[in-house]
Every structure is written in structure tokens, then in C-alpha cells.
Ligand binder design. Structure first.
Ligand SMILES: Cc1cc2nc3c(=O)[nH]c(=O)nc-3n(C[C@H](O)[C@H](O)[C@H](O)COP(=O)(O)O)c2cc1C
Length: 216
């Protein structure tokens, strides 16, 4: 049982999305005390952007890469290995300017690799990161749940689903910049959403491990 926690806030300290992600991970670990937790905090260790240099490295055959290109691809390889090994993935995601933060986009750009985490078949694309549950802890200054202004949820459903991660559960902490009472309600709503998300299949991992079933 492996949990991967991704903190995507730009802030190392005091990040609301990290607070929600920590809460999710803590609940998962208390339900599964033997679970391992891998923590990746992109405010502490930023991942490089997918720029022309990175694309050049990725599209150069491995045996022809320069040492710099090999090193650049290896940075993405680490993130791919982490997500492949994870059974549960916890994302702490602030809303920045109506979208996902650059930090999260850089992670997505790193893990989306043709032939490794998805592939194209004659029937269309196939995601290869299967059998995982993703918990997304959202932190927002305003309130956008269920509105057209919420580009984050459809985007994350689409891109994670494309990679094979179709079991995605959203936990909303909203209205965090609308005064103390609104913030309190926002975090309370996140706790309620988390309880709902965890109740969807509380025995799923247990039954799989106890029956020795194939890794999902
Ligand atoms: C650069 C920036 C852009 C923001 N854009 C939005 C926004 O578009 N909508 C919103 O509701 N809140 C927005 N906020 C507020 C954040 O979503 C809110 O403060 C959230 O708690 C930040 O999460 P964090 O503490 O994990 O970084 C923005 C905050 C910053 C710093």
C-alpha cells in the first residue's frame, strides 16, 4: 500500500491546500497504518517546466542523449516511478487565477509520457496508470464549486482520466479569503467531503491485500 502526496502550492509554509492534503493523507494512514507515504512538495523542490530543452531531451533517443538531456529526462522518470508505484494519490491543489498552479502542471507534464503512462491504440488512447484512487484537496479564496468558472475539476478529471486514473474524488475547501467564518466553513466542508470520499469504498484496499489479489 503506497500513498503519494503531491503538494502543489507555491507556498512552503501555511498553504491551505497542503493543510487539506495533509488531512487526507492522515485519514488514509490511520485507516491503513502499514501504508507508506511518499511526499513531494513542489514549493520545496520545484520541478522544471516543460520547455524546448526538455522536449528536445524527451524526443532524442536515450542512447543519443547528451548527459544534460539524460539528466533532464531522469527528473521526470522519478515522478513517473512514484505515480506508478502509488495505490492512492493525494493532490493538494490551490486555485491560482482560475486554474491549477504551475507546480501541478509541471507534475502532469512530467508524468504524461506516450508509451509509458498512456498509449494510442487503433481504438484510441489508453491510460496506463490504472487501479489508483486520487484524492484532490482543493483550496480556493472564493467559491466556484459546480460553476462554469471552475476549470480545475473538469481539467483534472480529463487529464487524470486520460492517464488511466478514473477514480478521482474532490475535496473542496472554498471561500477561504472571504473572512474567518467563511474560511471555517470552507475547511468544515472539506472535512465533510473527505468523509464522503473515504466512505465510497472503505474496505477496498483491505479486501485486495487480504485476498492477495493482483495489485490494482
Ligand atoms: C496568485 C494567486 C491567484 C489566486 N487566484 C484565485 C482564483 O482565481 N480564485 C480563487 O478563488 N482564489 C484565488 N486565489 C486564492 C487562493 O486560491 C487561496 O488563497 C488558496 O488558499 C491558496 O492555496 P495555498 O494556500 O495552498 O497556496 C489566488 C491566490 C493567489 C496567491
Amino acid at each position: 500500500m503506497n500513498i503519494l502526496q503531491i503538494n502543489a502550492s507555491a507556498r512552503r509554509e501555511g498553504a491551505n491546500s497542503t493543510r487539506v492534503a495533509n488531512s487526507i493523507a492522515a485519514r488514509l494512514r490511520s485507516a491503513h497504518p502499514d501504508a507508506s507515504l511518499t511526499l513531494r512538495d513542489f514549493a520545496v523542490s520545484p520541478h522544471p517546466v516543460l520547455d524546448e530543452t526538455a522536449l528536445g531531451a524527451l524526443f532524442t533517443p536515450a542512447e543519443k542523449r547528451t548527459p544534460d538531456q539524460t539528466a533532464r529526462v531522469a527528473l521526470d522518470d522519478v515522478l513517473i516511478a512514484e505515480v506508478q508505484a502509488a495505490d492512492a494519490i493525494v493532490l493538494g491543489v490551490p486555485m491560482y487565477n482560475f486554474g491549477v498552479p504551475t507546480q501541478l502542471k509541471n507534475w502532469i507534464d512530467a508524468i504524461a509520457r506516450n508509451g509509458v503512462t498512456f498509449r494510442y491504440t487503433d481504438k484510441g488512447p489508453e491510460g496506463l496508470l490504472k487501479g489508483k484512487t486520487v484524492y484532490v484537496g482543493l483550496a480556493r479564496g472564493g467559491r466556484y464549486r459546480g460553476t462554469e468558472a471552475d476549470s480545475q475539476v473538469p481539467y483534472l478529471k480529463a487529464v487524470l482520466g486520460f492517464l488511466g486514473m478514473t477514480d478521482v474524488r474532490f475535496i473542496y475547501a472554498e471561500g477561504l479569503n472571504m473572512g474567518p467564518e467563511s474560511a471555517r466553513q470552507g475547511f468544515a466542508q472539506a472535512e465533510a467531503d473527505l468523509a464522503t470520499a473515504l466512505a465510497l469504498n472503505p474496505m477496498r484496499w483491505n479486501s485486495l491485500t487480504s485476498e492477495g489479489a493482483e495489485r490494482r
